[in-house]
Design a protein around this ligand. Structure first.
Ligand SMILES: O=C(O)CCC(=O)C(=O)O
Ligand SMILES: [Fe+2]
Length: 194
């Protein structure tokens, strides 16, 4: 599995999706990830509380849920991030090279609104930030892509007012990671993944 642009948001959907993402900016909060200082983001469907080894329910949005299911059937956790200045926030949308956490299976998908330069290490084991296997990929408005989130990846630069929607699937065999537990609640999403 490598980085693969496999689809494009339909032109007729693109502006509606951007408006919808803009409407969620007031619900965004500053990231706690050390890789993305200054980034505002909103967890969708579930939130991985990495420091507490827990996955809890998060903002549920039927429209984005349906959209994510079409892109990545079976996915159940997503992160909407913003880079730019809008509605009183100034958010840095870049993120340093990293691997996504244990809770997620390898396949991740992304939707890019705006433009960005995505860095992706085609070599899984490599952790050298200067490795020749780190490819710089241009993301265009509406690009939909998949990649192996256990390979180092990051966002080097982006246009003003860029959104990214990252979509993951929580591992089924979380018993391999005994510290992880779903908090009981009645959200339909949690029922699906339980
Ligand atoms: O902004 C992006 O496109 C990538 C974000 C990312 O890799 C992450 O939040 O884990
Ligand atoms: Fe990531």
């Amino acid at each position: 599995m490598t980085f693969n642009k496999f689809s494009l948001v339909r032109a007729s959907t693109l502006e509606a999706l951007r408006l919808h993402c803009q409407s969620l900016i007031p619900q965004m909060t500053p990231d706690v990830s050390k890789y993305a200082p200054g980034r505002y983001r909103l967890w969708l469907f579930h939130e991985a509380l990495l420091s507490q080894n827990r996955i809890i329910s998060a903002h549920f949005d039927q429209r984005l849920w349906d959209f994510c299911q079409r892109i990545y059937p079976g996915s159940n956790i997503a992160l909407l991030t913003f880079g730019g200045e809008a509605q009183g926030i100034n958010s840095k949308g870049t993120i340093a090279l990293h691997r996504d956490d244990t809770y997620a299976i390898e396949r991740a998908c992304g939707v890019n609104l705006g433009t960005a330069t995505f860095a992706y290490n085609t070599e899984r084991k490599s952790s050298n930030p200067n490795a020749s296997t780190i490819k710089k990929l241009q993301l265009n408005d509406g690009d939909i892509y998949s990649f192996n989130c256990k390979h180092q990846h990051g966002v080097v630069e982006h246009s003003a007012e860029r959104f990214s929607l990252n979509i993951w699937t929580v591992r089924k065999n979380l018993d391999k990671y005994p510290d992880f537990a779903f908090l009981p609640n009645n959200s339909p999403v949690t029922q699906i993944i339980l």
